[in-house]
Write a protein that binds this ligand. Sequence first.
Ligand SMILES: Cc1cc2nc3c(=O)[nH]c(=O)nc-3n(C[C@H](O)[C@H](O)[C@H](O)COP(=O)(O)OP(=O)(O)OC[C@H]3O[C@@H](n4cnc5c(N)ncnc54)[C@H](O)[C@@H]3O)c2cc1C
Length: 277
Amino acid sequence: ALRGEGATLINGRGERFMLARDPLAELAPRDIVARGVFDEIAAGRGAFLDATKALGAKFAARFPTVYASCIAAGLDPATQPIPIAPAAHYHMGGIAVDHHGRTSLKGLWAGGEVSSTGAHGANRLASNSLLEAVVYAARIADDINGNPLAVAGRPRDGMISRNSAMPPLREANLRAMMSSHVGVVRDGDDLAEAIRTFTVIEQTTGNIALRNMATTALIVAASAWSRCESRGAHYRSDYPAEDPAQRHRTVTTLDEARNIAAMVADTAPRKRTSTGA
Ligand SMILES: Cc1cc2nc3c(=O)[nH]c(=O)nc-3n(C[C@H](O)[C@H](O)[C@H](O)COP(=O)(O)OP(=O)(O)OC[C@H]3O[C@@H](n4cnc5c(N)ncnc54)[C@H](O)[C@@H]3O)c2cc1C
């Protein structure tokens, strides 16, 4: 929203780095902007959102929540650029559902962020998430209403989720590896390393909540590993171009993810990282 109001993205030298990356500059699609910010930070130049000229003294009135957060962090966005970093705030994948929101498990519907309805392409358009959630919530309610279940399906033993306290260090490791190896810029070696790590966590943790996170991370990483091209938010530095032959939706089952994990299990790690299990 701030970029829409004319705020610019600059690095620590004050350069508008998006000008060189896309004709739309700051208003380029989200994945292009995210990679621009990511590269500036990786190069050590830092990335900032500068609203000092576009909004200046009007900042507090136009964006009171952002303003309050910045002030709480000791920064005045009316006069100072705001330090920024890319963060995942949606994903295009999820649990595969049909147009009623039904999953492959009888008696389980999925809608909203957790689902993969096919409504999104390789990236998301602003505000499509909430629209999708509202549409599928209504469809699911209608479907449940019209089809009372005699016998609900049941997930395989050991997959039933329940809330429980997570071992903080291992959860932090998993999150860090999702950002560093399965994040804005991916490559086959890093994805393979992530797959190996998530497999170890999945097989060794005694905590069911962490195991569910590792299983989900494994499927995401395996799916990204097998898509050898770049498309929208999925960017592979080892396959930086789109491949027209892969211009279609893919679905990865848990069994397929485990097969991929077995395939990369014996590959020697390329480098040591500090985010291992
Ligand atoms: C910073 C940010 C900005 C966004 N801006 C926009 C926007 O402008 N327009 C737009 O369309 N979309 C936007 N989105 C995306 C949109 O917010 C999400 O797609 C939407 O909120 C998804 O709704 P949901 O109900 O499916 O999931 P959530 O809102 O994530 O709700 C899931 C709920 O389940 C709870 N939960 C999780 N695990 C358990 C458990 N084991 N047991 C019980 N409860 C559990 C969580 O606490 C949470 O309350 C934004 C997202 C972010 C992060």
